[in-house]
Design a binder for this molecule. Structure first.
Ligand code: MN
Length: 131
């Protein structure tokens, strides 16, 4: 089990992702906006952040760059969620500091597999605890 922060302005996606992670026994933290998400990340230091890219105000890439620039949160893996995974986007996500990305809509098996892989690759407290 891991503590996972979801930063996502689309409430339908938020609910769906939270449900899938909850069934897999992960503890979920939620933020509907980037600024609030960054505050929660700093306070709660989750094991993983799922970051929507398209959000009003500060977008997910800017928010990821802020988390990665802060020594307190730089180690937390960030998975970008995007409806627009097109050629060149992966390079953009990685440049901002994202560790992986997932195209929405996604298969729930794909989501859980990516979460497990990303937690394992992090080598932090969550590593090796995911089946
Ligand atoms: Mn969005």
């Amino acid at each position: 089990m891991a503590r996972i922060l979801i930063i996502e302005d689309n409430l339908v996606n938020m609910k769906l992702i939270s449900t899938v992670l909850g069934i897999a026994q992960h503890a979920v933290l939620q933020a509907p906006l980037a600024g609030e998400g960054i505050e929660i990340a700093r306070r709660e230091l989750p094991d993983l952040v799922l970051m929507d890219i398209e959000m009003p105000g500060m977008d997910g890439l800017e928010a990821t760059a802020m988390l990665k620039a802060d020594p307190a949160t730089a180690h937390i893996p960030v998975v970008a969620l995007t409806a627009y995974a097109m050629k060149g986007d992966e390079a953009r996500f990685r440049a901002a500091g994202c560790d992986a990305y997932l195209a929405v809509p996604f298969d729930y098996v794909e989501l859980l597999a990516l979460v497990a892989r990303t937690l394992a690759a992090d080598g932090g407290s969550g590593a090796g605890t995911i089946a």
